[in-house]
Design a protein around this ligand. Sequence first.
Ligand code: TXA
Ligand code: MG
Length: 325
Amino acid sequence: MKTAVKDVSKESIAQAATLIQAGQLVAFPTETVYGLGADALNPTAVLQIFAAKNRPADNPLIVHIADVSELPRLVDAIPPLAQKLIDAFWPGPLSIVFKKSAIVPAQTTAGLATVVIRLPAHPDAIQLIHAAGTPIAAPSANQSGNVSPTTAQHVQEELNGVIPLILDGGDIEFGLESTIIDCTSPQPLLLRPGSITQEQLEKVVGPVGAPDETEKPASPGMKYKHYSPKTPVVLFTKPENLQAALVAHPRRSCVIHHSKALAGSGEVSVPLSHNPTHAAAALYRALRQADTLHCDVIYVETFPKTGVGVAIMNRLEKAASHVIG
Ligand code: TXA
Ligand code: MG
């Protein structure tokens, strides 16, 4: 299959909407990462997402809507806490777990009785969902386990020849997948940290807990190794530990850092902003760039686990083989 990459325009949105209606796949920008979309209510279309990404069949999809008015028919009920979150954060990078209604196919939710819904803030995504006239199921537009794409070019690297169309909406704003929160039980649970932080959520709904992962994972996707470049990733916290590792293991090293003092470390160094929000937006691009440099190892400087730093570290710890402190 030939994959077309088109700038977002009235014509390309119309073409994308026609493809979605015909049960095909389209990659499109959101404010978090690029998504790989299909008609969320068409089981055959949804199964194609799993095939294109090599996604394990037990990993459910997020359903994207263009307007809050589309929510009631997809869910069994809207709990009061979920309504507060919707009022505070939609449209935006927050995905909410609901008990699903009968019209959401089991293929979309991987057999779960719940469905995760998100109203994205990206105008291109909104236009596409409106034009398609159906909710769009969309995981990140990468091969399962790889780093999520934050440009149309990244999507091409992942899915060229596998899908008919990539909508190019330029760079994205946040660069980390949406925060996922479960409000189906009395205590809200944070299933995946993201750019909307725990502190922001708690201001709206009070204390937010962590899921008990000892039995079965509350968010099936979180159990898989994720966000991984092909080159081994090693995290470091203290610049002196990096320097010691570079001396102890001389090999071709790429250093992704936010401390200015580390500029020029290793064979290649990739600077990130010290500001976690800005660093998050550039993180996946940096990991992909590092992966093209044919290094033996990618060292990444850790961020403090506060605010958006929690989400950055969640992704980095899944990408990394170990931490040298
Ligand atoms: O920012 C985002 O959320 C992006 C853009 C495209 O919207 N999408 C995204 O999708 O990150 P994906 O498939 O890469 O991650 C979805 C996560 C997975 O960890 C999945 O297991 C979890 O959401 N999930 C989906 N449905 C669920 C459900 N009913 N209950 C618990 N977790 C669920
Ligand atoms: Mg993903």
